[in-house]
Design a protein. Structure first.
Length: 316
């Protein structure tokens, strides 16, 4: 729900500040200019330093008041992304985003991205990692059967099946904000194992909204999908998947992997967009990792975390 302005200063450093100028509320991101290490307001030309948000120049004023500043947001530029730290209590960053060496060294190159908007609570999306049972039922049918859940179990594509083995667990200190999912994928065609599609995926969740999905294939090489989940407003998430892959591999390979991942992800979206969050779900013992995941994810809330309340009655 925040409005932000992101800009790169002339020394190459990226910064993020509140979008609205504290003078008369103009949006710095709409018509603002980078001037040296500052962003200039398009309304009256006030200039704010990216490093600390302090106003350094007012074209028509003799003196710049010491209290004239715009709020800055802690941010980092890593793995080809500019990421900001948000904490409802205003606490400073307590962990850093790990750098993926292969991206930094340009051994893996960008090969495309997908973007989706999902009508669900942010917690619903990573919880999928701990729900092993849904993999066989929802993601078992062949990707050839598409994303429409009315037809994924069509007899036409019944000759092919995806087989998944999953193991999820949280990481210990000092990385308690991280969790690991190990996925082994294989496929059967007419009941026989089709080894060409054997794939190992190591998914590392870092914080509440960032996932590193590393792919390893016997002879199609290695790569990564970076998943970001950004809350736009209550119960609306923006999810982006960016794929980086070995540069010596034809682009069609990572594009196929991204397409296959997208088909499976859109099956989940149909569920998320229409499901209800149950704080006390009816679980069986085989679902125990779901409760384990909820206890792990609870660390990202605090007393001041915004609560979503349901409107009762018809009094608007």
């Amino acid at each position: 729900g925040e409005q932000l302005a992101a800009f790169r200063t002339q020394d190459g450093q990226a910064y993020v500040v509140d979008a609205y100028c504290p003078h008369l509320g103009a949006n710095l991101a709409m018509g603002g200019r980078v001037m040296g290490n500052c962003i200039e307001c398009p309304f009256h030309g006030w200039q704010f330093r990216g490093k600390d948000g302090k106003c350094t120049s007012i074209p028509y004023a003799e003196k710049v008041p010491d209290f004239a500043k715009v709020r800055t947001w802690p941010s980092c530029e890593v793995n080809g992304m500019l990421l900001i730290w948000y904490h409802c209590d205003g606490v400073n960053p307590s962990w850093a985003v790990p750098e993926q060496r292969e991206i930094t060294m340009k051994e893996w190159v960008f090969r495309g991205q997908t973007e989706h908007f999902i009508k669900a609570h942010i917690q619903e999306i990573p919880e999928n990692a701990a729900d092993a049972a849904h993999l066989t039922f929802l993601h078992g049918p062949a990707i050839l059967s598409g994303t429409d859940l009315r037809y994924t179990k069509s007899k036409l594509w019944d000759f092919m099946k995806h087989v998944w083995k999953a193991e999820w667990q949280p990481e210990p200190e000092p990385n308690k904000h991280c969790s690991q999912l190990l996925l082994k994928h294989s496929a059967t065609v007419f009941g026989k194992h089709f080894s060409l599609l054997d794939l190992t995926v190591s998914a590392r969740q870092v914080g509440p909204g960032l996932v590193f999905l590393i792919f390893e294939h016997a002879f199609l090489g290695h790569g990564i999908i970076l998943q970001t989940v950004t809350p736009m407003e209550p119960l609306l998430q923006n999810v982006v998947h960016k794929i980086y892959y070995q540069k010596n591999m034809p682009a069609i390979i990572p594009k196929f992997i991204l397409k296959a991942e997208c088909i499976q992800f859109e099956r989940d979206i149909t569920i998320w967009n229409n499901k209800q969050y149950l704080p006390k779900p009816l679980l069986v013992k085989e679902d125990s990792t779901i409760q384990k995941h909820r206890r792990w994810y609870a660390q990202f809330y605090s007393e001041k975390s915004m609560k979503f309340t349901v409107q009762e009655g018809l009094d608007w």
